[in-house]
Structures are given as C-alpha cells and as structure tokens.
Design a protein around this ligand. Structure first.
Ligand code: DP6
Length: 361
C-alpha cells in the first residue's frame, strides 16, 4: 500500500524535550469535498482557495516520558491560554489515527497551545487550520528525530497527517490553490494528501478576495462527519461524485483564462449542490438561514445591476463567503456595508483573501 511511504524510517536522533510552532490558515473549497470512505478518503476530488487572515497558531511543547505505552497519549490542550478539555476527544482520535505514521507521539507528554485569528464562536470551522497547524508541528518534531528528511516528504506527510485529522485540513498547507483527490487532469494528485494547483493560474485569482459574512455564528447544526455520512446511500450521490469530477476538469481552463462568468457559475453551482445534497438526504437538513437566501439574492441583484463579478460560496453552514477580484474591493465593500451587513449576526464579517499557506513560527 502506498501509505507505507509515510511509515517512518528508524529515527537517527533523540530529543528529550523542546517546543515547535506553526501557523496555518483555513481554506474555502470551490469544488466541494462532501462524502468520504475508509480512513478519511474523499469520494470525489476537490479544490480550494487557501485563505490568509483566518488562521490558527499552534505551539506544541513536549517532554519525553519515562514510561510510555503504544496507544496511550499524554497531552493537554489550551485555547487562548485556557485549558480546553472539550477538544481532547478530537485530538485523542487524531493521535490514534496517526500513531502508526508518527509512533513517537506515545513517548512524549505534550502541551498543545492554540489560538485562532477569528472569534471562536463565529461559525468558522477551525478544524482545517487547527489540524494542519498541529500536523505541521508533529512533522517538525519528526524532522528533529530524522533530520535528513526531504522537504517534499515533509510537506506531503504533513498534509497526509492533517487529512487524518480533518479531510479539508490537507488543503491548508500551501497556496494559493490546492487540489485533493485523484484526478487525471492533475498530475501527482492523491486521495492521501493535497497538492498545490500546478496549472497556469490567471493573476486575477492570486489575490482573490473572500469576505465571510457571519449570518449565523452558532455551533454547526450537523457535524461534518455526520454530513459526509449522509452521502452513503444517498440516491443522488453517484451523480454528485461524477459531477464534482467533471467540475475539476472544467475549472482548469477557467483558472487559466480568468473567465469570471464561468468561474462564478461553477462555484455557485457547487455551493448550491452541496446544500441540495443535504436537503435531500435522510435525515434531511436545511443549513441555510433566511438571511443566507437574502444575501444570495442581493448578490445576484448587484451583479445584474452593476456587472461587477461578485459571487458567493457556502460551507456546510449558513455563513456566506463573498468572492470577488481585488480590483473590485472598494465597490464590493461599499455594497457589503450598505446592503449585506444587516443580515450578519451583530453586523460581523471578516475580510480575507487568497494566501500562500502555513508558516513556521
Ligand atoms: C463542506 O473537512 O470538515 O467544507 O473530514 O469530517 O473533518 P472531515 O470533514 P471536513 O469537511 C469539509 C466539507 C466542506 C467542503 C470542503 O471543504 O471541501
């Protein structure tokens, strides 16, 4: 099995204790990952813009234990300096999933200190930025145990580990666009990790803007794992997976030419298809709120009236990501302030843009 390439070679160095830190961003999918199987493998390929402003900073301090046992992990986790026992089950599950690949994790006591650049209860998922930052910290540690590791191996394995924490996290390590999932158009693409989009990219996309409107800041109504599972035995799932695969082919010439009409049509269709899947699953969910629809309608009116290339995408929730070229920023931000802020909870929104991925602290 190809996963074997991520099993470590015998470590050449020993470390007793130290700390490592990484900052990693969130990402927003243009073609959505929705449906998984096996050990965090995607049912269809996906592609995302890496973000810049929404990110997690994680510092992992570690100390070698005197006695250790395979499958038993010793860690504590802090968010903004406060202990967060609520995060422990997710980390524990992550450690179990990755232990074969980073077996040293049962031999150390960890303190994981993390903070997000965006408010915790903002409805913005921190799993992509959080899991990728943590995966990078563990790889940084593995590099100390095995310093002759190549940069390519480091990056691939960090994305591989991040995927085992949260699928979309494997797309946060680099930018400006990342592909995850095997697809014939993308040489080197893999179901196991994300790869940088390597086709020609029109400059308009290099600094594309994403203003995230906080329509609903509540906890997610449906966890992503539950959501992905709804695609099992979904009557429309096979057609959806085929469509996503075809959309991956379609997006290549769009990203090359900068055809914004085609871009807007594709990303909006993807967003609405994701929600259509949830509305037609069993059980079914409506994750949009009335204000989500108000915002979409306003965006469409603005686009029709002004010709400005403003579009939207959605995650598995009610918030709206407003996407537009940097050159349109002034006009679009005026529109957002005048017409869309009233649909945001407490008038809150976050201005983000396409970024280049994670950074060592
Ligand atoms: C709708 O990556 O959060 O944002 O693998 O269960 O952690 P898990 O799921 P997650 O799913 C993200 C789904 C999405 C679309 C996308 O990002 O591609």
């Amino acid at each position: 099995m190809i996963e074997n390439k991520f099993l470590p070679k015998a470590y050449t160095h020993a470390i007793s204790g130290s700390s490592v830190g990484y900052e990693s961003p969130s990402n927003i999918a243009l073609i959505k990952y929705w449906g998984k199987y096996g050990n965090q493998l995607p049912k269809n390929p996906s592609i995302s813009f890496t973000l810049n402003t929404c990110k997690t900073q994680t510092r992992v301090s570690f100390q070698k234990l005197e006695k250790s046992k395979k499958g038993s992990f010793d860690f504590e986790i802090y968010l903004d300096g406060e202990p967060k026992p609520g995060f422990e089950p997710k980390i524990e599950q992550f450690f179990h999933r990755i232990e074969d690949y980073v077996p040293f994790i049962s031999e150390y006591k960890f303190k994981i200190a993390t903070s997000n650049s965006f408010p915790h209860s903002s409805g913005i998922a921190s799993s992509a930025s959080g899991m990728s930052a943590l995966a990078l910290c563990l790889m940084e540690m593995e590099k100390q145990l095995q310093p002759n590791m190549s940069v390519d191996h480091f990056n691939e394995k960090a994305s591989f580990l991040a995927r085992l924490g949260s699928g979309s996290a494997c797309r946060s390590l680099t930018g400006p666009l990342v592909v995850w999932g095997e697809h014939e158009e993308f040489r080197g693409s893999s179901n196991l990790y994300g790869v940088k989009f390597s086709h020609e990219l029109h400059p308009v996309f290099e600094d594309y803007q994403d203003t995230i409107l906080m329509v609903d800041k509540g906890e997610k109504q449906v966890s992503s794992t539950v959501g992905h599972n709804l695609m099992n035995n979904h009557p429309f799932a096979p057609a959806r997976f085929d469509q996503a695969y075809m959309h991956m082919t379609d997006i290549v010439p769009i990203l090359k030419s900068g055809d914004l009409d085609a871009f807007m049509h594709l990303v909006e269709r993807e967003a609405l298809t994701l929600h259509a899947m949830m509305m037609t699953s069993s059980p079914y969910f409506i994750l949009m709120k009335p204000n989500t629809l108000q915002v979409i309608e306003k965006i469409w009116n603005f686009r029709r009236e002004t010709g400005a290339p403003v579009s939207f995408t959605l995650d598995a929730g009610a918030n709206v990501h407003v996407l537009y070229p940097a050159a349109e920023s002034e006009k679009v931000l005026d529109f957002i302030k005048n017409e869309l802020v009233k649909y945001c909870q407490n008038g809150q929104y976050i201005c983000d843009n396409v970024g280049n991925g994670a950074r060592k602290l």
